[in-house]
Ligand binder design. Structure first.
Ligand code: NDP
Length: 419
């Protein structure tokens, strides 16, 4: 028996909600709340008669803490699943604290307005102190640790695939495969083709910000930052084939550097096709990726938000996308005094996802872990007062749930390493 409030009803949330409804013995009551209530109503209608989960819907502006508190106090959930945007992480955490409810999300906080002088001053200090310049980092949400501990509440951060499952893979490797992990390479390959010259697989604003930023990796106790797309490698992915991949900054590196004892190097690579990179560079050169508002015909517009309106809705890519994703982690380290390597990954087929839940694999590979993370919390397996990332909990029941709900793991004990 549980009551869950899901905030957001976009690409990822709609997969997570459909998967919650498949596990209706755990998710007995669920409220879908978002800015555009019609989307919540449409999803609830689609699920009618297909699940025992009792679904309701609500309208909420998650930037407004008072509205959130009113909704949470009214619905009285056991858990709030934040699957809106990273901009809303802090307001939703504040509301959960005010109402005494557990919290989870799929991406760490970043501000919508990166020109806000108050935020900028803190950001610039962090860039100098930490040595990486991404707009997102864990410091904002880790600052809530004591508040969640004191309230006896759990906050689970970043429970999608990457971040999320990749950290569970690290915890699993440490628990079962290694005494000491020396290096971790997280490889995110999307071998899918949607037939458009340019489109993003999830929220364009968040996606383009991430990809156009400098890359960075963790080595020997500090960050090494490099220009965007400066390190390129080729890798032959199981069931996908050869792909070019580029080193990016990624949020889970920051927590893994703290939670995997003695790790010497952590890198993150993502595959991109040449057409995607050419379009992105051109859009950036003409200023279309800017988050700074400009005046146009007497109206204020934010270039990247305008671009989002022009690009295909990621939710519409489902029927067109063919091919597979392959996401996982390659480890080197030591077990029983011997050096060893290990690769754990998941392969997910875009069309199979579409036939099951009407979405492509990027939303699927994020929505399923969100549901499985919520299940870990609701069944008491991942409940501990404080603010935690995925690798801080027992990976075994989570990976078992992923195996069962559509993202089974594959393993290779003799993988080709990335140089
Ligand atoms: P979408 O843009 O498809 O959906 C976002 C949803 O949030 C929409 O329903 C939107 O409402 C709603 N929303 C936005 N602002 C507000 C607000 N102020 N109040 C209430 N609702 C709001 O995004 P995705 O589904 O692609 O991504 C969801 C999250 O998942 C993001 O945080 C993203 O960073 C994360 N993600 C994580 C990954 C991982 O592996 N960990 C991978 C991919 C994504 P409306 O319909 O009105 O716009």
């Amino acid at each position: 028996m549980s009551r869950v409030l899901v905030i957001g009803c976009g690409g990822v949330a709609s997969v997570a909600i459909q998967k919650c409804c498949q596990a209706d013995e755990v998710f007995t009551e669920l409220c879908i709340a978002s800015r555009t209530k019609e989307k919540c109503d449409a999803l609830a209608e689609k699920l009618k008669g297909k699940t025992k989960t009792v679904l309701t819907t609500a309208k909420v502006d998650a930037d407004d803490v008072d509205q959130l508190i009113e909704l949470i106090n009214d619905y009285k959930p056991d858990l709030v699943m934040n699957i809106a945007l990273p901009y809303q992480d802090l307001t939703i955490m504040d509301a959960c604290l005010a109402c005494g409810v557990n919290y989870m999300d799929t991406a760490n906080y970043e501000p919508e307005d990166t020109d806000d002088p108050k935020w900028r001053a803190i950001y610039e200090k962090r860039c100098k102190e930490e040595g990486f310049s991404a707009y997102f980092d864990y410091s904002w949400q880790w600052a809530y640790r004591k508040k969640f501990e004191d309230a006896g509440l759990t906050a689970l951060l970043g429970c999608g695939f990457d971040p999320g499952v990749t950290q569970a893979y690290c915890a699993y490797a440490l628990k079962h495969e290694f005494d000491q992990i020396d290096t971790i390479d997280i490889l995110d390959c999307n071998g899918g083709d949607h037939g458009y010259a340019f489109a993003t697989n999830f929220n364009p604003e968040i996606n383009l910000r991430e990809v156009s930023a400098p890359g960075s990796y963790w080595e020997n106790g500090h960050w090494v930052e490099i220009p965007p797309m400066d390190i390129k490698r080729e890798y032959n992915f199981d069931q996908v084939g050869d792909k070019d991949m580029y080193l990016l900054h990624h949020e889970e590196i920051e927590s893994l550097a703290k939670t995997i004892p003695g790790v010497k190097r952590i890198r993150f690579f993502m595959t991109f096709g040449q057409s995607y990179l050419d379009h992105m560079r051109c859009l950036e050169d003409v200023g279309m990726l800017s988050t700074t508002p400009i005046q146009y015909n007497g109206q204020e517009i934010v270039p990247i938000q305008f671009l989002k309106e022009l690009l295909p809705d990621p939710a519409s890519l489902g029927p067109r996308t063919k091919g597979k994703t392959n996401i996982g982690c390659i480890f080197t380290g030591v077990k029983d005094g011997k050096e060893k390597t290990y690769y754990i990954y998941n392969v997910c087929d875009h069309q199979e996802c579409y036939h099951e839940v009407g979405s492509q694999a990027i939303s699927y590979t994020t929505g399923v872990p969100a549901m499985c993370g919520a299940m870990m919390m609701l069944t008491g397996k991942w409940i501990r007062p404080g603010v935690y990332t995925v690798e801080e909990f027992d990976p075994d029941p989570f990976l078992d749930a992923l195996d069962r709900y559509g993202l089974p793991r594959s393993e290779n004990h003799d993988p080709k390493l990335v140089d």
